[in-house]
Write a new protein. Structure first.
Length: 287
């Protein structure tokens, strides 16, 4: 599932192509995504200019004229692809930058622009596309999400006050979108390994020193991952079809039985199960 860095990478490449462009039309081939694609979506957005492309947590938010916002969530397996319309030729899979073998039957929604088309492909259909009208409604839509790790309100005071009330393990708190938005299973294992915190530790018992480490490493890891183009597992591709390489930087995730990479630690990474999800930790420095 794409987490914050992967969505940020898609946002950055999407922005390069669609910012200040006018959408011609939207073709919905299959409206049955996690939530149905709104029927009037093309009518409402056709011929409107895009003035903003942002990411809020793991959501892509595209701002159109008239305070209309398109929200795209990639779910488990959603990807966006760009096809250039050359010489009015028919669009085929051959035009994909990368995924020639992308099954066309999973191309659910097509966003047509003058010289190119953006395709939303999603084999498992856990992703969705939503239309929101008005700034206030947009704010309300995201009001239950915790702060973005790169925002000011993700700070010591906020974390301290949040954790002290929580009587569950820190791993589950970190992936709780109400606490921080955008972190999932992969980056949670990484953050806790860098911070040398046992994932089973009760959130309320996290020390001040550990909070500071969580803040520092969350930003450091996510920044590095964005720089590397995100993590490519389960076929995540950026909109240009290029793969990320953060998986090469993993220190804990997916490294069972390998040596811990923390300085001066001679531990081994072990795989444990927390709420039915694999969590990777060092058997010595995260004891
Ligand atoms: Zn270790």
């Amino acid at each position: 599932m794409p987490e914050l860095p992967e969505v940020e990478v898609v946002k950055q490449s999407l922005e390069k192509y669609i910012l200040n462009k006018k959408l011609s039309k939207i073709i919905v081939k299959n409206k049955k995504l996690r939530y149905p694609v709104p029927d009037n979506i093309s009518k409402k957005l056709a011929n409107l200019k895009i003035y903003k492309v942002t990411r809020i947590s793991k959501y892509l938010v595209i701002g159109f004229e008239d305070e209309l916002f398109l929200i795209i969530h990639l779910g488990m397996s959603g990807t966006l692809h760009l096809i250039r319309n050359k010489n009015n030729s028919q669009n085929t899979n051959l035009s994909f930058y990368h995924s020639k073998n992308l099954p066309e039957k999973h191309n659910h929604v097509l966003f047509d622009f003058k010289n190119f088309t953006i395709i939303f492909n999603d084999p498992r259909r856990f992703g969705f596309i939503k239309l929101i009208t008005g700034d206030i409604n947009l704010k309300n839509y995201f009001s239950k999400l915790g702060p973005d790790p790169f925002e000011k309100d993700f700070n010591f005071k906020y974390i301290k006050e949040y954790l002290i009330k929580k009587n569950k393990n820190i791993k589950n708190t970190i992936i709780d979108q109400k606490f921080i938005s955008g972190i999932g299973n992969i980056y949670a294992s990484e953050i806790l390994n860098y911070s040398k915190i046992n994932p089973f530790k009760n959130s309320g018992k996290i020390s001040n020193k550990e909070i500071k480490k969580i803040i520092f490493y969350t930003k450091k890891i996510l920044k590095l991952s964005i720089k590397r183009g995100g993590t490519t597992i389960n076929n995540f591709l950026s909109i240009k079809g290029s793969q990320g390489s953060y998986q090469k930087e993993f220190r804990a995730y997916d490294r069972e039985n390998k040596k811990c990479k923390n300085k001066l630690c001679f531990g081994t990474i072990i795989k444990v199960n927390i709420s039915n999800r694999s969590t990777y930790m060092c058997n010595i420095c995260q004891k």
